[in-house]
Design a protein around this ligand. Structure first.
Ligand SMILES: *[C@@H]1O[C@H](CO)[C@@H](O)[C@H](O)[C@H]1NC(C)=O
Ligand SMILES: *[C@@H]1O[C@H](CO)[C@@H](O)[C@H](O)[C@H]1NC(C)=O
Ligand SMILES: *[C@@H]1O[C@H](CO)[C@@H](O)[C@H](O)[C@H]1NC(C)=O
Ligand SMILES: *[C@@H]1O[C@H](CO)[C@@H](O)[C@H](O)[C@H]1NC(C)=O
Ligand SMILES: *[C@@H]1O[C@H](CO)[C@@H](O)[C@H](O)[C@H]1NC(C)=O
Length: 607
């Protein structure tokens, strides 16, 4: 129904958003490297680390890690992608969009790194390297047609915005590959065939660039649909999660809006064939201002899930009922937005916010950044280390992981986290500022050094997670969901009652695993359930009165835990990662994103 947008939508949005003028930063006092600031602003932050750190130089990834990341990609595509259907059929719409995003990011990693594993081929990239990269790119192109855009347009605003990030990632790869390996075409932005054969041979860009206009129009139309979720009537701003439920303004939808908007802006600003559009920049900055002022972070510095508007019927318009649930992906998506806002504004406060968030996450997994090791000693193999808020033993975990009770949604979360951490920690090159008349090189250099050393300090933690995840692979190379399974010697004796997590904490709704409750706060008429829903126009919202809050999925999840060995059926396996949904396209994407992050961040901080 929302497929036919009036062509004037962008213009209307632009005029309303731009009415207040374009601020440079959400913090007026911030010291941009491209503003001739006050005296105090000439001092850029010397350090993004909140705690002193020791020597973390010994966490380099070897090329073996690149090989492991490539294997994760190969298994993902071989096991889960179907060429005939041009998609990963076992994924649901939004998890397929995330899969496409992570695979496209991996293509960028490969095109930058292949020479390191196969140095002999530098002069003939058009041969074997090109064939490898293009084979996977072709599957991404296939998914451009395989993506169920009709269905996604009727889903929630977060579902819609994942699509934007995916095609921007694909465009970034196409441009990177072209610029690295087809330099003679570097200054030819035109994806058209020259009519003269000699001109064609001399100037044609990489063939993958021909798809950029298609990817661009897909991301643009989905951004427009997503932006309809921006609402100023309640809570003075912010994105609504789902137009078919009681209004709920959650972290993920707002983070996606910020990251998608600034990425759109940068895409257009970087591509000389189109004009940058200030509406995207304005949306990102407005979204960011709203989010940081929304009180959506808890005492540990982590994003909680979101806000309800309690007493709406009585005229309240404030976001006043907070849901305290903490998921890994809510700590990740914003990092791409913060990185993008820095690139455009030159304001280091966005980077500082991102580093604060990363360090809060690392601490909440039970990792001591200063000592570069887990906080809690891993003792008896059968005893789980203490739950620290977002993991244990230094390993990132969602609350459903240890008990093997994750929904299809939750199985995707940790991969999303590492995808965006990776994007955030790319080295600062200053390319977007160099032409600026007020560019302050000294200030930039100190921000760059601070960013690099902070990301370097994270490397030990990333490595710790990567090595743990590698251990969850089965004989076919498929990654498990619970990376910390090795902490308890791969024993399966972990139930939701025994995982050390308070699943009944006050004001905490694990709706991504168990669906939304039917109550006054979440709504009594409709209910949202995770994972695939069959039948009905709306796949995500089930308007019915449920007799029981237990979904079929909850029952399946517990199967291998609850069946006694003396019972009719033996547990399928003693591998904790076989419980519940087991190994899926989503858990494979998680392994890929993590291994890729370890490789990329390691490369970033050593250059
Ligand atoms: C880490 O990698 C960089 C770049 O490859 C190299 O210069 C440095 O010596 C390595 N450090 C260690 C401790 O291996
Ligand atoms: C790209 O296309 C434009 C407009 O058609 C044309 O003016 C320009 O010369 C082309 N550039 C190259 C490098 O072919
Ligand atoms: C932020 O939210 C928490 C949890 O609902 C609440 O206790 C606190 O008072 C809020 N702070 C502000 C400044 O609104
Ligand atoms: C739970 O939420 C209610 C309503 O916002 C609030 O009054 C109460 O303090 C919250 N309790 C906790 C433990 O956060
Ligand atoms: C790390 O988390 C603990 C709670 O587990 C908290 O007491 C401590 O202050 C945090 N440290 C930092 C540096 O954030």
């Amino acid at each position: 129904m929302r497929a036919t947008l009036p062509t004037t939508t962008l213009a209307i949005l632009a005029s309303s958003l731009l009415a207040a003028g374009a601020p440079v930063s959400y913090k007026p006092e911030a010291c941009s490297v491209i503003a001739s600031g006050s005296a105090e602003c000439r001092q850029a932050p010397a350090d993004f680390l909140r705690i002193p750190t020791g020597n973390h130089a010994f966490n380099n990834a070897s090329t073996e890690i690149l090989q492991d990341a490539f294997s994760a990609l190969a298994v993902l595509q071989n096991e889960y992608y179907q060429i005939g259907r041009s998609t990963w059929p076992s994924a649901i719409d939004w998890t397929a969009a995330v899969t496409q995003t992570v695979v496209s990011g991996m293509l960028s990693t490969l095109t930058r790194s292949l020479d390191l594993v196969d140095p002999g081929a530098t002069s003939s990239f058009q041969g074997a390297h090109e064939n490898l990269v293009s084979s996977v790119y072709d599957q991404i192109i296939g998914y451009y047609y395989g993506q169920d855009i009709v269905a996604i347009k009727d889903e929630a605003f977060d579902d819609i915005l994942w699509v934007v990030l995916g095609w921007i990632e694909a465009m970034n790869f196409a441009r990177l590959h072209d610029s690295l390996h087809f330099p003679k075409a570097e200054h030819n932005p035109n994806a058209t065939l020259p009519t003269d054969i000699h001109v064609a041979l001399a100037t044609l860009p990489w063939r993958g660039r021909f798809w950029i206009p298609s990817f661009q129009s897909r991301s643009q139309s989905f951004w427009l649909l997503g932006a309809e979720g921006w609402d100023t009537e309640l809570c003075h701003g912010g994105m609504v999660w789902n137009p078919r439920l009681e209004p709920y303004k959650n972290a993920i939808t707002n983070e996606l809006y910020i990251s998608a908007s600034i990425s759109m802006y940068r895409h257009f600003a970087d591509d000389s064939t189109v004009d940058g559009d200030p509406v995207y920049l304005q949306a990102a900055i407005e979204g960011y201002k709203w989010l940081v002022n929304s009180n959506m972070t808890n005492d540990a510095g982590l994003f909680v899930d979101g806000f309800h508007i309690g007493g709406l019927a009585d005229g309240n318009i404030e976001c006043n009922v907070r849901d305290e649930m903490v998921y890994t992906y809510n700590q990740g998506v914003l990092l791409t937005g913060q990185r993008g806002l820095w690139e455009v504004t030159g304001s280091p406060s966005y980077l500082a916010d991102g580093h604060d968030l990363i360090q809060a996450v690392i601490n909440a997994t039970g990792w001591d950044l200063e000592a570069n090791q887990p906080i809690d000693a891993v003792g008896v193999p059968s005893e789980l280390p203490r739950w620290r808020g977002l993991g244990r033993g230094g390993i990132l975990e969602d609350e459903c992981d240890a008990s093997g009770t994750c929904s299809q949604d939750s199985q995707t979360f940790k991969g999303i986290y590492f995808h965006h951490l990776n994007e955030f920690c790319r080295p600062l090159d200053g390319n977007s500022f160099k032409e600026h008349k007020s560019f302050n090189v000294n200030s930039f250099d100190s921000v760059k050094a601070a960013h690099r050393s902070a990301c370097q300090a994270y490397l030990g933690w990333i490595k710790h997670n990567a090595l743990a995840a590698l251990e969850t692979r089965d004989a076919r190379g498929r990654y498990g969901m619970w990376w910390g399974a090795g902490l308890v010697g791969n024993s399966i004796a972990v139930s939701p009652q025994g995982d050390g997590i308070d699943h009944d904490a006050a004001n905490t709704t694990d709706y991504r695993n168990h669906g939304t409750p039917q109550d006054d706060i979440w709504g009594r008429v409709s209910r949202w359930l995770p994972g695939p829903q069959k039948g009905g126009l709306d796949k995500q919202v089930v308007a019915r009165h449920l007799e029981s809050t237990d979904t079929d999925m909850d029952m399946n999840m517990m199967e291998s835990v609850t069946k006694s060995p003396a019972g009719r059926q033996m547990p399928r396996s003693t591998d904790p990662n076989d419980r519940g949904r087991g190994r899926t396209v989503e858990t494979q994407v998680g392994g890929l994103a993590l291994l890729r992050a370890y490789w990329d961040v390691s490369q970033s901080v050593s250059t």
